[in-house]
Ligand binder design. Structure first.
Ligand SMILES: *Cc1c(COP(=O)(O)O)cnc(C)c1O
Length: 380
């Protein structure tokens, strides 16, 4: 089988992990945790980084530190992986889903502005939803598939309406907008190192911020809010959300290879573009300010989605549909979904993700193209 996207463990992972095991530094404190955080700040240009047990935890903590609670609303795109919205629900807050732009597949900023202008009002520095009178406390842009919309504009809009920006940049490590890294535009940026992300620690995450006080709080809240180095004194209800040293060691080794991973993703994306556009297949548009990491290469095949999935699966080529739009999931059906043309649904009905591991073989890529040719030529 040609898998969708698998880890590429080919650097110093064994060496660094062995060192953790040999020295007994296996748990939530150790030099690799510090080093991994340092590598992420150096790479992204964020001032501070706090490693977490996964990306969902990073999002949850960022929301908590933005004082989001059950009285609040949080804006999020309708196309994302479930974890973004789950993290919002963990705080008790409710999501407002905004439809996506048909070109970039990212949150539609015109819809966002229109909504804020016409459906909210400012009271005492809070942005209240007119219908429910609940404050919209945060907005969580998700850099879907490693691409980004106009994040600078989004931040300007959020500022105008007094809404905190928490970037779900879990899919976008290495992506940049005007040379500035994904995750460094909002008050917080969150990364994930799950098995299928561009870089993996097995499971892991990271919060980045430029605010020292918030970084300190993030570290505190992710280590059970222990406030004394000797006694078990805790000053709030905290979480056990820290990344362990063994996994951070894998992360440090993976960081050494990240530039080559991004080069490879780019190469694979270009290959697919070159070979597949002739069939009328579309790729998400990347706006000119963007450099994207091509994390998970996903195409729009229009009405061919179901049949193509069937065809490719039969040939042992692993493909996946796009995530089911959030507004359609049973838990979120009650939530507000802001849209004109339900682009989310159209994309869901016509997009598939293609194999794009950083260690994919040239012959596998060629086999995939042959499979596409078979499919489309048969139908001509
Ligand atoms: C992967 C992902 C997450 C969560 O990361 P985990 O490390 O799996 O918890 C959150 N949001 C999006 C959009 C993701 O793709």
């Amino acid at each position: 089988m040609i898998p969708l996207s698998v880890p590429n463990i080919s650097g110093n992972e064994w060496k660094y992990v062995k060192e953790c095991l040999d020295t007994n530094w296996v748990s939530s404190v150790g030099k690799y945790v510090d080093l991994f955080e340092q590598k992420i700040t150096e790479y992204t240009g964020a001032k501070y980084a706090v490693a977490t047990s996964n990306g969902t935890a990073a999002l949850h903590v960022s929301l908590l530190l933005s004082d989001v609670n059950e009285n609040h609303l949080v804006i999020v795109p309708n196309i994302t992986f479930i974890a973004s919205v789950n993290s919002i629900r963990y705080t008790g807050a409710s999501p407002i889903f905004i439809d996506v732009c048909p070109k970039t597949w990212q949150m539609d900023l015109d819809l966002l502005e229109d909504y804020l202008m016409n459906k909210t009002r400012q009271v005492d520095g809070l942005c209240l939803c007119r219908e429910t009178n609940k404050p919209i406390k945060a907005i969580m842009p998700v850099h879907v598939l490693g691409n980004m919309g106009d994040i600078e504009k989004l931040c300007e809009v959020a500022k105008k309406y007094n809404i905190t920006v928490i970037e779900d940049s879990t899919e976008a490590l290495g992506s940049r907008f005007n040379k500035k890294h994904a995750g460094t535009f909002g008050k917080f940026g969150c990364f994930s190192f799950n098995g299928n992300k561009i870089l993996t620690t097995g499971g892991g995450g990271m919060i980045v911020t430029d605010d020292k006080a918030l970084a300190t709080k993030a570290k505190h809240i992710t280590t059970q809010a222990k406030s004394d180095s000797f006694e078990y004194i805790h000053d709030m209800v905290g979480y056990n959300y820290r990344l362990v040293n063994v996994l951070a060691a894998i992360g440090v080794a993976q960081m050494e290879m990240l530039p080559s991973f991004i080069d490879k993703k780019h190469e694979v994306a270009e290959f697919y573009k070159d070979k597949l556009t002739k069939f009328g297949i579309q790729f998400p548009e990347t706006i000119k300010e963007m450099f994207q990491n091509n994390w998970l290469i996903t195409i729009n095949v229009g009405e061919h989605k179901v049949k193509l999935i069937e065809h490719l699966t039969k040939l042992n080529i692993q493909v996946r549909p796009l995530w089911k739009p959030m507004n359609q999931l049973s838990m979120f059906k009650q939530c507000n979904y802001v849209n004109n043309d339900n682009i989310s649904q159209a994309l869901y009905e016509s997009c598939i993700s293609l194999p794009c591991s950083t260690n994919i073989k040239k012959t596998d890529l060629q086999d995939i193209i042959v499979a596409f040719e078979q499919y489309y030529n048969k139908r001509l």
